[in-house]
Design a protein around this ligand. Structure first.
Ligand SMILES: Cc1ncc(COP(=O)(O)O)c(C=O)c1O
Length: 438
């Protein structure tokens, strides 16, 4: 065995000695999410660190192609350093001048919801576009499509929405609305990787039905690389623009560590630059550097192999919870999958009906070591980050009164269904809820 082989053998041994999980015992803490991994992830990570390439490299390439294959799209996905970066990149891609009259400009409107994660909305505000908040429905926790036409204005350029906790929004209606009004559709797929949706008689992965989709690989998510995310599209122009925005805004498409990939490094003329100016340092967008390290991608490659099993386990856990809790459906509103969908659930959402205190129920569950979560911001517009815009009454628009969003803020919470959960853990969670409601 050479030195590297010896090190990797030791890593496997280290995994067995330090990371093997003890089987769950009643009374152990039940978290809403956790990483699920084995020796493969750590071996890949150490392998990549020994290579010491550090920046985006062979593991990133493998992941970008592998994930595209999983999603059923031809173009590789673009790896980025978080789901929030993925949303930023997806949104900024649509602000590129080469999109002509479809370019999102400052002051243009983007239809979204306030009931969700903040960084679905942040890029809209930071760029100076205007989020237009529409209410949601229970028990799907997604946009109320009956309000879409009311949200439309001559300034509307896009719809940007997350599939809430894995449950797809009404893609059929939203996509038809976008097509009718020539709007971009950005799917924040950060909580829904693996969900499928049948549209025009074809089953497709969520995130690939709109113009551009995003994922997060933060540890609680469907799969992880510590920090990480991805942007994906079927549109070659959007792909090219997104890649440029991700990689400093440059025009050149050379991979990291490669010079003159296209053979035209010194013979082009761009902007007002002199003929032959080095293409490697020619910038076509005001971009960022949002790339991942190859060590993150190495972990992702091992996760990707396990991913289809993760999805099945999430579905199993959700269904078991759903069945167990049916007996208290007079007291709690239980979640329902969207029509035409097969969700890869991120969590199990519960809304307390009138007479049941969400505050007391979640406090009780936490006291029983069952971790609970709110539906992220609940109503984002009520948060301190909105104080200034709210006080100045500018920078955003609300359609109607968001009363269901507020109801969710006050009465909804969720518990986990992550693939590391056993039936015993699921039963412990549902029994505790039933016990509280007795
Ligand atoms: C719907 C949604 N979008 C975006 C994000 C941001 O992902 P990240 O934490 O990787 O930045 C999250 C995070 O949980 C999320 O739930």
């Amino acid at each position: 065995m050479n030195t590297k082989e010896q090190i990797l053998e030791l890593v496997k041994q280290f995994y067995k000695e330090n990371h093997l999980k003890k089987p769950y015992e009643k009374g152990d803490r039940i978290t809403y999410a956790a990483r699920v991994f084995d020796e493969e992830e750590i071996v890949n990570l150490v392998d990549s660190s020994l290579e010491f390439w550090l920046t985006t490299g062979r593991y990133s390439d493998e992941f970008e192609k592998g994930m595209a294959k999983y999603l059923g799209i031809k173009l590789p996905v673009l790896l980025v350093n978080s789901g929030s970066s993925a949303n930023l990149l997806a949104f900024m891609t649509l602000t590129a001048p080469e999109l002509g009259d479809r370019q999102i400009k400052r002051g243009d409107e983007v239809i979204t919801v306030a009931c969700g994660f903040p960084t679905t909305v942040t890029p809209i505000i930071n760029y100076g576009a205007v989020p237009v908040f529409v209410d949601v429905t229970i028990p799907q926790y997604n946009i109320d499509v009956l309000e879409l036409e009311k949200a439309l204005s001559p300034k509307t350029k896009a719809v940007m929405l997350a599939h809430t906790l894995g449950n797809p929004f009404d893609l059929e209606t939203v996509k038809a609305f976008c097509e009718k009004h020539n709007l971009w559709l950005i799917e924040d797929n950060c909580d829904a990787l693996g969900s499928t949706y049948e549209i025009n008689g074809k089953k497709m992965m969520t995130g690939t039905i709109g113009d551009i989709g995003t994922s997060s690989f933060y540890p609680p998510h469907h799969m992880t690389m510590g920090e990480g995310g991805a942007v994906y599209t079927r549109n070659p122009l959007l792909y090219k623009i997104a890649k440029s925005f991700r990689d400093w805004g440059r025009d050149c498409i050379c991979p990291s560590g490669v010079d003159n990939f296209c053979g035209h490094r010194f013979d082009g003329q761009y902007g007002l630059l002199p003929q032959g100016y080095d293409h490697k340092y020619t910038y076509s967008h005001f971009g960022y550097n949002l790339k991942v390290t190859d060590m993150q991608a190495a972990v992702g490659c091992a996760q990707l192999k396990k991913f289809p099993i993760f999805v099945e386990k999430r579905k199993h856990n959700w269904s078991r919870l759903r069945k167990n809790l049916e007996v208290v459906s007079d007291k709690l509103i239980l979640p329902e999958p969207a029509k035409n969908s097969n969700p890869s659930w991120f969590g199990f959402l519960i809304t307390c009906k009138d007479g049941v205190s969400c505050y007391e129920l979640t406090k009780y569950l936490e006291s029983k070591k069952i971790q609970t979560r709110k539906l992220f911001a609940g109503n984002l517009v009520k948060h301190p980050c909105f104080d200034q815009l709210r006080n100045e009454n500018q920078g955003f628009r609300i359609v109607g009164d968001l009363h269901t969003t507020d109801y969710i803020m006050n009465n909804t919470f969720w518990i986990g269904v992550y693939p590391g959960m056993t039936d015993e853990m699921i039963d412990e969670m549902s029994n505790s809820i039933i016990e509280f409601l007795k």
